[in-house]
Design a protein around this ligand. Sequence first.
Ligand SMILES: Cc1ncc(C[n+]2csc(CCOP(=O)(O)OP(=O)(O)O)c2C)c(N)n1
Length: 560
Amino acid sequence: MKISGSEIFVECLRKENVEILFGYPGGVVIPLFDKLYDAHDIHFVLTRHEQAAAHAADGYARATGKTGVCLATSGPGATNLVTGIANAYMDSIPMVAFTGQVPMSLIGTDAFQEADITGITRPITKHNFLISDTSKIASTISQAFYIASTGRPGPVVVDLPKDVSTGVIDFEWPEVPPVPKGYKIPKYADTACIGEAAEAIRVSKKPLIYAGGGIIISGAEKELLVFAERINAPVTTTLMGLGGFPASHPYWVGMPGMHGTYTANMAFTECDLVIAVGARFDDRVTGKIEGFAPNAKIIHIDMDPAAIAKNVEVDIAVVGDARAILGQLLEVVEPRGRNGWNDYIEKMKKTHQPTYDRDSGILKPQYVVEQIYEVTKGEAIITTEVGQNQMFASLYYKFDKPRRFISSGGLGTMGYGFPAAIGAQLGKPDAVVFDIAGDGSIQMNIQELATAVEQKLPVNIAILNNQYLGMVRQWQELFYNKRYSGTCIECQPDFVKLAEAYGAHGIRVDKPEDVRAAIEKAISIDGPVILDFHVDREENVWPMVAPGAPISDTMEGLLS
Ligand SMILES: Cc1ncc(C[n+]2csc(CCOP(=O)(O)OP(=O)(O)O)c2C)c(N)n1
């Protein structure tokens, strides 16, 4: 039976088990929306901005491990997705972004709402497609989902011209995705490589495991735990890797880098072997490259051969899936006994915990995060915006399990956390979800309150309201002589009234003694809540490594 391209689109979503689709309509995608109208098994979520649709799809993907899907119209709808696509690309998030396109005959004529979205997104997608023929819709969509979710995951854009979605043909679903030639998914590494890595571990006196988001993507947290205990090595996890190794485990030394812990940074500085698993040596981790792990051999395990040795020189490259490789290593690696290195690291960890002034009587952002941790018993899904709020969340909420910390790592996108929280809450309806936000970042996608209210989502937004673009202000304080140029945002909406205007709840908190009750109340409310915490305006994030400095120069703030 012949059906239209738009019907094929909906059928393909069904074949790919898409249960939720975030998006925003427009002229050229009306045929798709018309078919979605009757597709009651696919939950369409109308966001109030396309950027938020992409972030919500991304948050859904991170919380569930499934592929996030979003849909926008051509031109401005498509370009509004760009930040969300770039964000997913930088953090290797599986996503398929559908965009409408002007009819084939008008492409290249500067037609109304035409934008070359495949051209625009080429550097920020794993792959992208412009479908030129209705007969290619099914095979292309099948391929798009396959590419987005396999190997090193990433966003794939599928651009659908209007005449392609209105064309009519026989629907045929390819049972096996037509994979492009040369597309390889490395899983296991060759045994010689594994043997070399095992030998380096055997002779190491001071090993350090450096685990990134790859652990979470490949579901390798159990293997990582067994491996770390087998070789008795301290473990540092990147921002993207938080929850990939239990924060409550004695071997965990915290996050490394610019706002990493003293212990993680010193462990890098003093170790003789770095075992990097699914981590990409981001410059926020390495600091000044010459001072990074100066005495260490480096084993780099990564799914993506292009990520290996991109930022640092590597001694042993192991290409493959983190979980598969750790499994291979566990078969050959000998148990390594504890030695002075372990005692040294554990002592340092005890004496160099990140801390702040707990006796000031002033409401501190760190205290707010600690209380969210206490009240939710570490079980919440935490999304963050970008800035100090993100660092306070990563330093003061302890993550024992993966897919609980959802944050824009690579791109550092303000405005990410709230739509991501919406996506996470829809993917995990039973979870308690908090977006830990700055007063600057939250205003970048605040319009999504309407989405959260409409979808009846109990998402909690904890604004650490310092009336500054705090992270930039911190740099201006420390490195620009307190010249707060462009960072003072005292002109604020009343966030409580703003919440109420959208039909949500708002609670303002000024005093430390009111924090806990406010968090408990927010959780008990069945709908979105803004918690507006008026925190110490000029509080800083410590520890900190100054930009351009080696990570051995970790400043601890209060303790230094
Ligand atoms: C879209 C975007 N624009 C600008 C920046 C640069 N930037 C990084 S942190 C920051 C300040 C964030 O302020 P706020 O959201 O109030 O959070 P705080 O640091 O105060 O917790 C800015 C402007 C960014 N990361 N993303």
